[in-house]
Design a protein around this ligand. Structure first.
Ligand code: 8X3
Length: 250
């Protein structure tokens, strides 16, 4: 039985990944998010065994307590999908809200570090494990207003590659997934509930769908044990790799 833990599983890429991996034979899922109701609703639809953990990844004590409190028969985690993350705001650096930066850094960087540091030693001890980190094209291609968000994702990309060095000689694999724009709650969160601004990001274009990223994750973890997919960058056909340029059909 393969146990896969997915953070940020209540919506978007995390939810789509849970829905896809739940169909794999011999898989069971630990799903984490802040919104318990959403997790319960999702779990009720999945054709596999699930264990739900409700915590805010920004809360270090809650994160550690949730993992340390896993029942013994759920402690052997084979795959960790570090999906929880967000962007807040698109203002220029000089007018951006430092509180937004703090939330992004605490979630995208510190939360991921805390959880991974807690789970990795057991993977190493068992000689089994795959860490999949959700980064972004924003970590490679900067665009106006995404300074701290992009920097947090550059951190994730760098960390994924650096961890490969630390884990050399072990069976543990690390994969960095770098999507471009994906049609999820991402922009609603970034624009703090302003749906018309969020909709404008995806207007007259076909962005990636959460299912596209889920399929990429499924493929990366399905590779044979001697194959490590270091990083995958993927974009909608209508987005160019020079920032969030969107080709729109007239
Ligand atoms: C989000 C990708 O292109 O919307 O991580 O900034 S993009």
């Amino acid at each position: 039985m393969k146990t896969i833990l997915i953070t940020g599983a209540s919506a978007g890429i995390g939810k789509a990944t849970a829905e896809l991996l739940a169909q794999e034979k011999g898989t069971r899922l630990i799903l984490t998010a802040r919104r318990e109701e959403k997790l319960k609703e999702l779990a009720a639809t999945l054709p596999c065994e699930t264990h739900l953990l409700t915590f805010d990844i920004r809360d270090k004590a809650a994160t550690l307590a949730a993992i340390r409190g896993l029942p013994d028969d759920w402690k052997d985690i084979d795959v960790l999908v570090n999906n929880a993350g967000l962007a807040l705001g698109l203002e220029s650096f000089d007018t951006a809200n430092p509180e937004d930066w703090q939330v992004m850094i605490e979630t995208n960087i510190l939360g991921l570090l805390t959880l991974t540091r807690e789970i990795l030693p057991a993977m190493k001890a068992r000689g089994v494990g795959h860490i999949v980190n959700l980064s972004s094209i924003a970590g490679t291609y900067h665009y106006a207003g995404a300074h701290v968000y992009g920097a947090s994702k550059a951190f994730v990309t760098y960390l994924s590659l650096a961890m490969r060095s630390d884990l050399l000689g072990t069976a543990i694999r690390v994969t960095n997934i770098e999507p471009g724009m994906v049609d999820t709650e991402f922009s609603i969160v970034r624009f703090k509930g302003d749906e018309s601004r969020a909709d404008a990001v995806y207007a007259n274009s076909e962005p990636l769908h959460a299912e596209d990223i889920a399929e990429t994750i499924r493929w990366a973890i399905a590779q044979p044990a001697h194959v490590n997919i270091n990083r995958i960058e993927l974009m909608a056909t209508c987005q160019a790799p020079s920032g969030p340029k969107v080709w729109r059909q007239e």
